[in-house]
Design a protein around this ligand. Structure first.
Ligand code: ZN
Length: 452
């Protein structure tokens, strides 16, 4: 099958892609501080050699955003943005088998921080586009390629900043971004997950103010640590009701899976039973499905106390609250009040830290269809399965302004690495991608670009 691919390990452009990727991984863009400019300049050099103009826009010193636009031949044809980010999360070299900025190739895998999040996307999108243009391809609609800064810390110096300051440079009718693309290890026909929706993030600080006293006579004070502990226990015990959203039903409707399990999962009255049963044989999957069918509340930071012998007056607790698309701060306040009881709820000081509602692109539009067509070409019979993911990415900022976004890069299981392990590598130790998957994703972009 892969012999017909333009990008395969024996083709010249296949080798070029892998080597370009290895060099790219050597550039350290750990965020903070980012220094994405170094990767941006590296990309620019490559495109310069191809005679393709690009620009680097700095949102702050060394926070480079790499952008180029290929003008389409027709005014009315749909335009496409190929999006990725240049920054990576920190890595501790002593924990890794090969240094995180080595770009080491062991004959099967290429190792390095960013190998699957998301240097692979940047390189697939760049090389797929480059090869299409080398073939003499002229797109009907505009094609934009943007590799931006700061995704890992929220995009304030990347996508958010660009949409605010230079929207005309990156806005398009459709966006292809990082996300998912895993081929599911179930069913007879190939099925690939595609990220079409993301949960919302509502970080919240809650503080309790008690009364300080000498700790030798504790009853004279009102100990804020004890009150916050009570709050944590109440949150832990509270059962947020499940909600079967359109985003979740997109998965249930499209996935080929045991019909009875689908029936149980797709109903708010029986999903509890389904998860109870699933937990026994696939605990990780049960946890993920649980998270994408309800709001979750996780205590993540705690701050209290100033001295060994003082009853602490004030304790701060940070909650990482993740909501489903359609749920807002009003919704989460309603449930916090219910969890804590009115009395306790009213004694607490709430401070929102971040409000980012969940998003969904209804699947089935032009880009979605093109992705489906190409996957059917690449892996005959393949179907897409839209997925709401528990986290969020730069995709949300485009969805907020009504632009459809899919997070997709095809990835198949490698015989040397179970898919469960592959899923832990983003932000993890020994991050790596197989040469085969890097080239598969590049082949996909190469073919997608030609549909525009
Ligand atoms: Zn990423």
């Amino acid at each position: 099958m892969t012999a017909d691919f333009t990008f395969n390990k024996n083709s010249k452009v296949g080798r070029e892609t892998r080597e370009f990727f290895q060099e790219f991984l050597k550039i350290d863009t750990t965020n903070p501080p980012g220094n994405e400019i170094n990767k941006a300049l590296f990309l620019q050099k490559k495109f310069d050699k191809e005679g393709i103009n690009s620009e680097i826009i700095e949102s702050d010193k060394n926070r480079g955003n790499f952008i180029l636009k290929i003008r389409g031949t027709s005014e009315n044809a749909p335009s496409l943005l190929l999006l990725s980010h240049l920054d990576v999360v920190p890595a501790r070299p002593d924990e890794w088998k090969y240094p995180p900025f080595s770009g080491h190739f062991d004959g099967k895998f290429i190792w390095g921080r960013g190998a699957i999040d998301c240097a692979n996307i940047t390189i697939s999108e760049s090389m797929g586009l480059i090869q299409a243009l080398r073939d003499g391809f002229k797109p009907k609609g505009d094609i934009i390629l943007a590799a931006t800064a700061d995704e890992e810390l929220g995009g304030k110096f990347g996508v958010m900043w660009l949409l605010k300051n230079y929207p005309e440079k990156i806005k398009a009718d459709f966006v292809l971004n990082e996300g998912i693309g895993v081929k599911l290890p179930i069913g007879k026909k190939p099925q690939y997950l595609i990220q079409h929706a993301e949960k919302g993030t509502f970080w919240t600080r809650i503080s309790y103010k008690g009364i300080p006293a000498h700790a030798s006579v504790p009853d004279l004070g009102d100990n804020s640590i004890l009150k916050i502990t009570e709050i944590i226990m109440k949150i832990q015990k509270y059962k947020v009701p499940p909600k079967i959203t359109p985003a979740f039903m997109d998965t249930i409707k499209n996935i080929k899976f045991n019909w009875f399990a689908k029936k149980l999962l797709g109903n708010k009255h029986t999903i509890g039973l389904a998860l109870f049963l699933l937990k026994h044989w696939m605990p990780e999957l049960a946890s993920i499905i649980k998270a994408i069918t309800r709001m979750t509340i996780a205590p993540t930071m705690l701050n209290a106390g100033s001295k060994e012998n003082i009853i602490p007056e004030k304790t701060d607790l940070v909650l990482d609250i993740r909501t489903l698309p359609g749920q807002d701060r009003k919704y989460l306040n309603f449930h916090l009040k219910k969890a804590l009881g009115v009395n306790l709820f009213e004694k607490i000081i709430f401070k929102p830290i971040l409000d980012e509602p969940g998003t969904r692109t209804p699947p089935g539009d032009f880009l979605y269809q093109k992705i489906a067509e190409i996957m059917d070409e690449i892996d005959p019979g393949a179907k897409l399965v839209p997925l709401l993911v528990p986290g969020n990415s730069d995709s949300k900022d485009f969805r907020y302004i009504g632009i459809p976004v899919y997070g997709f890069s095809p990835m198949q299981e490698d015989p040397e690495m179970p898919i469960q392990e592959a899923l832990t590598l983003a932000h993890g130790i020994n991050e790596r991608i197989s040469e085969k998957n890097l080239l598969l994703a590049t082949e996909f972009v190469y073919r997608l670009v030609k549909k525009f």
